[in-house]
Design a protein around this ligand. Structure first.
Ligand code: FES
Length: 122
């Protein structure tokens, strides 16, 4: 079986000052909406697709952040299903999952690692 590996590239999103300081912010990358989360405690950053797999609504950036046994998570604002921001797995008992993305901050700017094809769609 052949597996295709897509090249990841870091793209600049916005200055740190444009993000919620303890919550989510939505960024559009190509045709994708990505929810970027900042946890003030520990100054941690995470990202996942903004689309909740339960109904397909673009709502996760407005979700409630927290942790479950040390795992950072976001709870969907509509029906409260929770997703790990490390693995994307639903941690409230459903088989759904969301895609996660690496995030980094350099020089006061937030960067996301995305598939190169995501950027090509712009
Ligand atoms: S739309 Fe997210 S849990 Fe229902």
């Amino acid at each position: 079986m052949e597996t295709a590996f897509e090249e990841k590239i870091w793209i600049e999103i916005a200055p740190v000052s444009e993000f919620s300081q303890d919550g989510g912010t939505c960024a559009k990358v190509g045709n994708e909406q990505i929810a970027i989360f900042h946890f003030q405690q520990g100054d941690k950053w995470y990202a996942c697709e903004n689309r909740c797999p339960h109904t397909g609504d673009m709502v996760l950036s407005r979700g409630l952040t927290g942790d479950s046994k040390g795992e950072p998570k976001v709870a969907c604002p509509l029906h409260k299903r929770s997703f790990s921001l490390k693995t994307g797995e639903c941690i409230s008992g459903d088989s759904y999952s969301v895609r996660t993305y690496p995030v980094k901050v350099e020089g006061g700017t937030v960067y996301l690692a995305v598939d190169s094809s995501s950027v090509a769609k712009e």
